[in-house]
Design a protein around this ligand. Structure first.
Ligand code: F6R
Ligand code: ZN
Length: 185
């Protein structure tokens, strides 16, 4: 019997672009991020349709033991003096871990534990981030080009956005000249 050979989906490691016929894309616009940025007046003055980030994914899996693969493309920009960032979340199954892998651009990964303690890792092309369980995670784009990072996470992990609704992250990342500064809230 001939051995079956197929051409799998692929990803461009330097842009994070996924090539797959069944790719799913979710766009997150400014209007979807109510209350996420500190300067609500600056946010209100911007076009609510502005794309802040989009996530490309292979079809989402849901059964125990499966994995998901996605790439976050976070645009460059500031609102007030705060850099564009993802909403951020704990996993619904809070013990479930995840890997992020930097593709392009420059940014930060904020990691906040259940006690509110924050740790920050630099994100760059080739960076590897092991996000252990029990950690909320958020990407921040501190550069002048799109920040793209691949992610692999357990299908059963889920997203818990509610837990951060009250106070969010305890650190925000603001522009300071040509650099960034971490501000405790
Ligand atoms: C999956 C994961 C990423 C994020 C993506 C968007 O567990 O961490 O794929 O979902 O970076 O961020 P959120 O989901 O916080 O809007
Ligand atoms: Zn996650």
């Amino acid at each position: 019997m001939p051995v079956a050979l197929s051409i799998p989906s692929s990803v461009n490691y330097s842009t994070g672009q996924i090539h797959a016929s069944n790719k799913q894309t979710k766009v997150t616009k400014l209007k979807d991020l109510q209350g996420v940025f500190c300067d609500t007046q600056a946010a209100d003055e911007m076009d609510a349709e502005t794309c802040i980030y989009q996530v490309e994914m292979l079809p989402a899996q849901s059964v125990e033991g499966e994995l998901n693969f996605g790439v976050t493309h976070l645009e460059a920009g500031i609102i007030g003096d705060e850099f564009y960032m993802t909403r951020g979340h704990f996993h619904q199954r809070i013990e479930q871990a995840e890997f992020y892998l930097g593709c392009q651009g420059e940014g930060l990964l904020l990691l906040q534990d259940e006690q509110g303690e924050v740790r920050v890792e630099k994100v760059f092309a080739g960076s590897i981030h092991h996000i252990g369980g029990y950690l909320a995670h958020r990407l921040v784009n501190t550069g002048s080009m799109r920040l793209s990072a691949m992610a692999v996470w357990p299908a059963v992990a889920g997203h818990n956005y509610e837990a951060l609704k009250q106070n969010g992250f305890n650190v925000s990342v603001v522009k300071d000249g040509d650099h960034y500064r971490l501000v405790e809230k």
